[in-house]
Ligand binder design. Structure first.
Ligand code: NA7
Length: 856
């Protein structure tokens, strides 16, 4: 026998505690014993709403029901019949299983309290089941808010009832059943299959217990072979609803369940059947003790999703689904429209803007100059839009995103407040099915993941975060209405770019500000200022040349990175070096110091000359030497973590109401109800701001259940590191394109330039596929492996390896350590991508069409 270990342990415990078998008990006693198993079913998730309902049976009796309404928009309604041999079990015992089904299958689950034997023998149970089903069908809109697909489901005896009502619905032409979900259903009361004989199947359910059930349910004189008791005996199963049939390897009911699946199939019904290895009868509901229950639930939910998607209306088919309506998503939509492809954009936020929609904290702005951090694809747009400042603040960048969306009428193809939960690739049809939290399933040939690289806020890994009674804020999810800190005592935790930008602005409002710093940042002044009309006019005049310049520069800025530095810091006199660093400092550019000399990011000694220069500057800016000392980075080379540019960051600490706590000296023990407790003691606050960063680059992709060829999950493929080809495509996930994905220049560049480069390249690739009748494209494993190795090797040449930064995933506990971007330069990367395309997409394999290659 190959029972899984959890089942073996459970049965051993039962054996130790057992008194006598159920079938030797009186009915009431057996019901009590079964009821006592409820703790093994666990609690189940919280629902949006639970409703006790009553349907009327044809004979006037009440049929109690429990409707479990999950959070989020449901995709279907499931009428569920519990197991228990028509004698035992009730809707209360099944409530936790129902809640799990409701949440995982995104369905309103209605548990039916059909009348049980022996008080109410056959046909009470199937009649009540039928009446309840019709009640739900007629009241669906009040239950689920809309007319949704209707499913019937059940386990064991409940599986029998589900099968029976599905047959009847087919016979009578209504109600329309989208799917029947049968867990080890009773389908044959003869109890004569081989499953009944096998000694290893006599677990929880056996022939004496089944006989005891049937004796109560269908006592002498009742024809147990009738299809209403033994649905396997139905003559004609054509037109019956599609079925999912799941069975346990060690269950007396397995053979009859599979025989029913086969008979349905033979009648032309679509059936998906699965036998769960190492499992026994009843396993699907025993969530607290048997991991097999979770596996069965996952399988059921996935099958339901896929089945409902397959039957979804043709209106849900498009050429391309784009996930995200930030700058990458908007430009992807534009490109797809240029190619004449029908496209849907799905966006979790309430409007366009991505990063700039969510990050509304005070001081938020981009570290790339606005005239460079903007689209280049439309000369008209370049000429008509006016930036007010060198580094425009977040509201202005968001306004720009809105302007672009209006100008190109993007919104009509975007669904807002719609989060993509899952995407599944069907290799036979070369299509993706994309599932959303609003219950929609959309199929598309191409899937463009424009999900952003800094879009998932990192879980705050500080103890006690939930305990604080006052308001707390996360920079990456700032309230739309803004926050007024006037007169408030505020704590800010985190001193990366977000903290560095927010701290001076919060300090300007708060009566007291304490900054909790784990690792000091290297920051230089942004020298932000309003743009003059002359500057704007000149840049606009130069735009055509400037945009080209950006594309072929090393960071995509187009200023300061067009010509690579030739000199080495270590071969330059100290006086010349200082002059260069002073110029870089005065320039207010994010990259000027790093690009001052060619060896700054390659050589630790050269790097130290820049680090020392910045330290000297900060010590000059900060009046209190003790505070300056704390603010001085000592544990990593400059540029190995993302540098910052600021507007008065160091100077903020000169104000008497601003203080700094070094968490290296006094770590946080916990957040408390009133404030923050470090090893030095507790401090109370009116508000806490977390500027603790993001699950960068891979976070958004890994949070979606993405399944490629053979059902492989992207997050499994990436468990040890994000493997892709060029950061834009992933082997095993055909026709999925990741805009600014891991191992592309992305965060090591001006995102706008990298976004446009990726989207243009993807557009060209799709156009090429269509011109050649190619259905699908994906990287070859060798090409992918070589690219991953190259990206690592390039990063390894730099000082980046010396820091525990988000660049290498070190900020998220458990994340694999790897450099998440290509450090070889935007220009080099563009040349590589162009060359690969010119060679007929070298390193990719294709499916379908004249040029179809190896994999066919
Ligand atoms: P960052 O750069 O990841 O900064 C997060 C900050 O929060 C950083 O100082 C972290 O210290 C600190 N942090 C994170 N977790 C903790 C805990 N548990 N305790 C104390 N301090 C913590 O995120 P940002 O939002 O500032 O910037 C992200 C990027 O957005 C930025 O680089 C730009 O590209 C735009 P640590 O350094 O990990 O010791």
């Amino acid at each position: 026998m190959t029972l899984d270990i959890a089942t073996t342990a459970f049965l051993s415990q039962m054996a130790v505690n057992s008194e006598k078998p159920l079938h030797e008990m009186e009915v009431d006693e057996a019901r009590t014993v079964l009821g006592s198993l409820a703790p093994f079913f666990g609690e189940g998730p919280e629902m949006a709403e639970t409703r006790s309902l009553t349907a009327k049976a044809a004979d006037g009796a009440d049929i109690p029901m429990l409707a479990l309404i999950p959070k989020g928009a449901p995709q279907a309604v499931m009428v569920y019949y519990h197991g228990g041999g028509f004698v035992l079990g009730d809707i209360e015992q099944y409530a936790s299983h129902g809640r799990r089904l409701a949440e995982r299958c995104r369905s309103v689950v209605v548990l039916v309290g059909y009348r049980k034997a022996p008080e109410h023998p056959f046909p009470a149970a199937p009649n009540d089941s039928w009446d309840a089903l019709n009640w739900v069908d007629q009241n669906m809109e009040s239950l689920a808010g809309a007319r949704l697909p209707l499913m019937v489901a059940g386990d064991s005896a409940g599986g029998c009832l589900a099968a029976v009502v599905a047959q009847r619905a087919a016979r009578e032409g209504a109600p329309q059943i989208a799917l029947q979900v049968l867990a080890y259903p009773v389908t044959d009361a003869s109890m004569s299959t081989a499953s009944y004989e096998a000694p290893e199947n006599q677990l929880l359910l056996n022939a004496p217990l089944m006989a005891w059930f049937f004796d109560h349910y269908a006592p002498e004189g009742v024809d147990r072979g009738a299809p209403e008791i033994s649905p396997l005996n139905a003559n004609d199963l054509s037109g019956v609803a599609p079925a999912l049939v799941l069975t346990a390897e060690h269950d007396v009911l397995t053979d009859e369940a599979l025989a029913y699946a086969d008979k349905l199939k033979a009648a032309g019904v679509s059936v998906t059947a699965k036998s769960f290895a190492g499992q026994m009868h009843n396993f699907v509901v025993m969530h607290n003790v048997l991991p097999g229950a979770a596996a069965a639930l996952d399988w059921t939910a996935d099958q339901i999703d896929e089945h409902l998607a397959a039957t979804a209306s043709a209106a849900s088919d498009v050429d391309t689904v784009v996930v995200g309506a930030g700058f990458a998503g908007l430009y992807s939509l534009h490109k797809m429209r240029e190619l004449g492809l029908k496209t849907r954009v799905l966006e979790a936020g309430g409007d366009v803007g991505g990063t700039w929609y969510w990050n509304r904290y005070p001081g938020a702005r981009c570290d790339v100059e606005s005239m460079a951090y903007s689209y280049s694809f439309s000369e008209e747009l370049d000429q008509e839009w006016e930036w007010s400042q060198r580094y425009a603040p977040q509201p202005e960048i968001l306004k720009y995103a809105n302007h672009v969306a209006d100008k190109f009428e993007f919104r009509k193809d975007i669904s807002f407040n719609t989060r993509v939960t899952k995407a599944v690739y069907d290799e036979e049809r070369s299509r993706w099915t994309v599932f959303t939290d609003s219950g929609e399933a959309i199929t598309a040939q191409y899937l463009i993941m424009a999900t952003g690289v800094l879009s998932v806020v990192k879980d705050i890994d500080i103890q006690g975060v939930d305990q604080f009674q006052g308001p707390s804020y996360v920079t990456g999810r700032w309230p739309h209405e803004g926050v007024d800190f006037t007169g408030k005592k505020v704590a800010v935790i985190g001193t990366g770019s977000s903290g560095v930008q927010a701290i001076p602005e919060i300090a300007a409002q708060a009566s007291s500000l304490t900054v909790y710093q784990r690792t000091p940042a290297y920051s230089s002044p942004a020298h932000n200022r309003p743009l003059t009309e002359a500057e704007i006019a000149e840049r606009k005049r130069e735009y055509p040349t400037f945009r080209q310049q950006q594309k072929w520069s090393s960071f995509g800025f187009g200023y300061g990175d067009v010509t690579p530095p030739k000199e080495a810091a270590l071969q330059t006199s100290e006086a010349d070096r200082r002059k260069k660093y002073e110029d870089a400092w005065a320039s207010g550019s994010l990259i000027a110091l790093g690009l001052a000399y060619q060896d700054v990011i390659l050589d630790l000694d050269a790097n130290k000359t820049v680090g020392d220069f910045v330290t000297e500057k900060l010590r000059a800016a900060v009046k209190d030497p003790e505070v300056a000392e704390k603010l001085t980075p000592k544990t990593y080379p400059i540029m190995s973590k993302r540098p910052c540019i600021d507007s008065g960051y160091y100077e903020a600490f000169n104000q008497p109401h601003v203080s700094l706590v070094s968490l290296k000296e006094t770590p946080i023990e916990t957040i408390t109800a009133t404030g923050v407790r470090t090893t030095a003691g507790e401090e109370s606050y009116d508000a806490i701001v977390y500027a603790t960063g993001f699950d960068a680059v891979t976070g958004a992709l890994n949070r979606i259940e993405i399944r490629g060829i053979g059902g492989e999950r992207l997050k499994d493929k990436w468990a040890a590191g994000a493997r892709s080809y060029l950061g834009v495509a992933v082997g095993g996930f055909p026709n999925m394109f990741t805009i600014t994905g891991p191992s592309s220049p992305s965060v090591m560049s001006n995102m706008m330039v990298s976004i446009e480069q990726h989207v243009d390249w993807v557009g060209d690739c799709i156009a090429w596929m269509r011109a050649n009748g190619i259905d699908a494209i994906e990287p070859e494993a060798d090409a992918e492996a070589a690219w991953v190795a190259h990206v690592a090797e390039v990063a390894d040449r730099t000082v980046a390896k010396y820091a525990n930064s988000w660049y290498v995933g070190a900020n998220v506990p458990g994340k694999p350590r790897e450099f998440l971007a290509y450090f070889g330069g935007v220009n080099t990367y563009r040349a590589i991508c162009d060359s690969i395309a010119a060679q007929g997409y070298h390193g990719f394999k294709t499916h379908g069409g004249a040029l179809a290659m190896a994999a066919e």
